[in-house]
Design a protein. Structure first.
Length: 446
């Protein structure tokens, strides 16, 4: 079948004139190629590649010399069908899918989905305190690791390689804590409807305290390397400008919005999971540019450390407290234990299930194979992810699987700002502008 016959791929030009795909060669070779053209405009495909996007993005740039006159995003290269797949899995299994969307902040994907499910189940008030504190702890550690990747990769793209190496050095420490608590470094599926999968392991609180102490020494290194660095500031100040009116018109949230001076943070304005009980400040900047977004992320890591400290202090007084709702028709699996062979359930756990009663065994079997039922309805509970407002619109028809789960991912919405931030600037500044948005393409394409 030819392109003319294919309804889904009709023949069309991406733009007027010849199109050049740049693959890393000298700029002179491009300018030689357009020497025969009658005008100075050239369309360049930047990508599909990783320009500070943590995934595959294609940028279609129309240039006059090295000035960008038009910039468009080409997305969809990481499409996984996660939202559709969730319709064919139980409510608990849905966590395993959505954690893989924005893979730099997996706990936030799990959290917004579980909050929606818990609202439909009407068990929001029944979530144990320890589960709420653990959720906050994991999310704020995740905010630190996500911001570290943003600053590290953004620095790498402009040649600040020391920022990259120390950024990933610190992120490894956070991932080590995730592995200690959840068993996995990424894609945890640890936050479940009703609470969290398991209690804190022995020694975890002490290791987190050690991490806090170390990070208080390490975070000033970023400030020393970047904050007043004239080369760094020259590359970021005034680049990717987007004011408050532009943010509101495009629905931009997160650091790009707060860089305009507007203190919008859902942890303060619409608290969830007990955030109203923690002491922290919403960080803002007043330059509405890439430099302001960098400074906000740096400051937010300090605020996250404050919250983590408070969460750890609370956990120290909740030893042995439950981490999952008491309703055994929902609470699965939170009492899992590994067998002596390192795989499967321990014999003690199996004896516990099978020894209680036949009814308990039947309920456990139904819960594992079929899942619990969620009353018909719909819910949307947004949270403040490292990139902005992340929300899951969860719809139930009364069955054991989601009728629909659709996510409002901030990377997808914030990428709309690419053209506004880039047009009129230099081609070299496009990368800086996109890095300041910090889009994760797994969340964009889903």
């Amino acid at each position: 079948m030819t392109a003319e016959q294919d309804a889904y791929a009709p023949a069309s030009e991406t733009s007027q004139g010849r199109v050049f795909t740049v693959t890393g060669q000298d700029w002179d070779s491009i300018t030689e190629g357009i020497a025969d053209e009658h005008d100075n405009k050239v369309v360049v495909n930047m990508g599909p590649q990783h320009p500070s996007t943590h995934g595959v993005l294609r940028l279609i740039l129309e240039l006059e010399g090295e000035t960008v006159t038009e910039a468009r995003c080409g997305i969809g290269y990481l499409h996984t069908g996660i939202e559709k797949n969730m319709e064919f899995r139980s409510w608990v299994q849905g966590v395993t899918f959505c954690t893989r969307m924005d893979y730099l902040s997996p706990f936030y994907n799990e959290m917004t989905y579980c909050l929606g499910v818990e609202r439909l189940l009407d068990i929001e008030e029944d979530i144990p305190e320890k589960a709420q504190v653990m959720r906050v702890l994991l999310m704020e550690l995740n905010r630190i690791s996500s911001h570290l990747v943003c600053i590290a990769t953004g620095g790498m793209e402009i040649g600040a390689l020391t920022v990259m190496t120390i950024g990933f050095r610190e992120r490894e420490l956070v991932l080590d804590l995730f592995e200690l608590i959840t068993g996995l470094r990424m894609n945890h599926a640890f936050i479940r409807p009703g609470g969290v999968a398991q209690d804190m392991p022995a020694g975890a609180i002490d290791q987190i305290r050690d991490f806090i102490t170390l990070m208080k020494k390490r975070l000033p290194e970023y400030a020393a390397l970047c904050n007043a660095n004239p080369i760094f500031k020259a590359r970021l100040e005034g680049v990717g400008h987007l004011d408050l009116a532009g943010c509101l018109a495009l629905g931009i949230t997160g650091p790009p919005l707060r860089a305009t001076g507007y203190p919008w943070d859902l942890r303060k304005s619409q608290p969830y999971s007990g955030y109203e009980d923690y002491e922290f400040d919403v960080q803002t900047w007043d330059t509405a540019d890439s430099y302001g977004r960098f400074r906000i992320r740096l400051n937010e890591m300090w605020e996250s450390l404050r919250i983590v400290e408070q969460a750890v202090d609370r956990l120290a007084g909740l030893d042995g407290a439950p981490v999952m709702v008491g309703d055994k028709k929902i609470a699965w699996p939170s009492q899992l234990a590994i067998g002596s062979d390192g795989m499967g359930n321990s014999l003690d756990h199996i004896k516990h299930i099978m020894g209680e009663s036949m009814e308990a065994l039947i309920h456990h079997f139904k819960l594992v194979t079929e899942g619990f039922r969620v009353p018909a309805g719909q819910a949307y509970v947004p949270i403040e992810s490292p990139r902005g407002e992340l929300g899951a619109h969860v719809v139930s028809d009364g069955g054991t699987r989601p009728f629909r789960a659709h996510f409002r991912d901030p990377s997808f919405t914030n990428l709309q700002a690419t053209s506004v931030m880039s047009e009129g600037g230099m081609v070299a500044d496009v990368i800086v502008a996109i890095a300041s948005i910090d889009p994760v393409m797994g969340g964009v394409d889903r």
